[in-house]
Write a protein that binds this ligand. Structure first.
Ligand SMILES: Cc1ncc(C[n+]2csc(CCOP(=O)(O)OP(=O)(O)O)c2C)c(N)n1
Ligand SMILES: [Mg+2]
Length: 355
């Protein structure tokens, strides 16, 4: 990979993605554990997704109609933590990044729901995130049908790795999503041909594009380091009425001595190699240092959705009081009152029924 040419082609994009890669290298090195390669490989895809497509407002992480981002490849957690920090989620301070994988930090080895806003669900067990995302997309369909498009109309984006697609549970979820034409579900597959053990071929030779297509999905294959191709593919995926899978061909641990090897899957902590990788990115800054212009550009991305969110607030307040109450009740995770009555009746019937 000629990183200089890549950087020269889209310098503004490159700096933003390099910030994710540098934070990942620094956090994993400080913790002396973790997974560097996935975040370094998917930094371009994630940057374009957050910059051009994700509907979100970092200052209002619980906006009910935000797009959901699920990092199914949860071992690459630094990708998510870097995105949350750079875009300005108040919970995800630089200190949290510096304390990656430390006891009590919000930055657990794998993302834990409830530790920080912006972590939509717990992931780490391969396959769990992609399966869970189908539930998210079904919930969105139901909410949209119930409250209308002005109140609920968002996408669920997923980053899944080779391991997620190998897990059996992924097929049940993919099949269900295809059957129900969950058009607001978009999976970005980190197609890097590497797992913890070596190349994918060691354990699997499934044609993933054919597999998703056979399950009723819209499929595309792109160069996962080309920001224009990523942007176009996301635009096409959003237009599709079917769930979408984008195979993003990437290099795990891009720019590091461990690039394209299973060594790149884990913790890249060698100081000299880390310095070489940063030099290859044209990143002359110290550990955990993000230059002000790059941070400002990222924070602008974090604030991009604020006007749309304010518009949503006014749409919501125009709903009837009872509809607002029903919506808030559902989002608070409270079961409908009638449910308790129904369960009591079932229990009573079962207890009284004769064997
Ligand atoms: C169900 C389950 N089995 C095993 C693991 C351990 N594990 C974590 S990542 C990984 C390899 C995943 O490969 P891939 O998804 O291709 O990630 P990449 O190496 O490209 O980052 C394994 C086996 C796990 N997290 N969950
Ligand atoms: Mg892989």
């Amino acid at each position: 990979m000629d990183l200089k040419a890549l950087a020269a082609k889209n310098p503004e994009h490159w700096k933003k993605a390099a910030a994710i890669r540098a934070l990942t290298l620094d956090a994993v090195a400080a913790a002396n554990s973790g997974h560097s390669g996935m975040a370094m490989g998917m930094a371009d895809v994630a940057t374009v997704l957050f910059e051009k497509h994700m509907k979100f407002d970092a200052s209002a992480p619980n906006w009910p109609d935000r797009d959901r981002f699920i990092l199914s490849a949860g071992h690459g957690s630094m990708l998510l933590y870097a995105l949350l920090h750079l875009t300005g989620y108040a919970d995800m301070t630089l200190d949290e990044i510096k304390n990656f994988r430390q006891w009590g930090a919000k930055t657990a080895g794998h993302p834990e729901y409830g530790h920080s806003s912006g972590i939509e669900t717990t992931t780490g067990p391969l396959g769990q995130g992609i399966a869970n995302s189908v539930g998210f997309a079904i919930a969105e369909e139901i909410l949209r049908a119930t409250y209308g498009k002005k109140i609920q109309n968002h996408n669920t984006y997923v980053i899944a790795g080779d391991g997620c697609l190998m897990e059996g549970i992924s097929q049940e979820a993919i099949g269900l999503a295809g059957r129900h034409e969950l058009g607001h579900l978009i999976v970005l597959w980190d197609d890097n041909n590497i797992t913890i053990d070596g190349t994918v071929e060691l354990s699997d030779r499934t044609d993933q594009l054919q597999r998703f297509k056979a399950s009723g999905w819209h499929v595309q294959a792109i160069d996962g380091h080309d920001p224009i191709a990523i942007d176009e593919a996301l635009t096409a995926a959003r237009k599709s009425k079917k769930p979408s899978m984008i195979a993003c061909k990437t290099h795990i641990a891009l720019g590091h001595a461990a690039q394209d090897t299973s060594k790149g899957h884990g913790a890249l902590t060698d100081a000299a190699q880390l310095a070489d990788a940063k030099a290859a990115y044209g990143w002359p800054y110290g550990a955990f240092e993000i230059p002000a212009d790059v941070k400002v550009a990222w924070e602008a991305i974090g604030a991009r959705g604020s006007a749309e969110r304010a518009e949503w607030d006014s749409q919501f307040s125009s709903l009837s009081a009872s509809k607002q109450a029903r919506f808030n009740h559902a989002f608070a995770g409270e079961a409908p009152k009638k449910l308790a009555v129904a369960i009591r009746r079932i229990k009573k019937d079962a207890a009284e029924s004769k064997p």
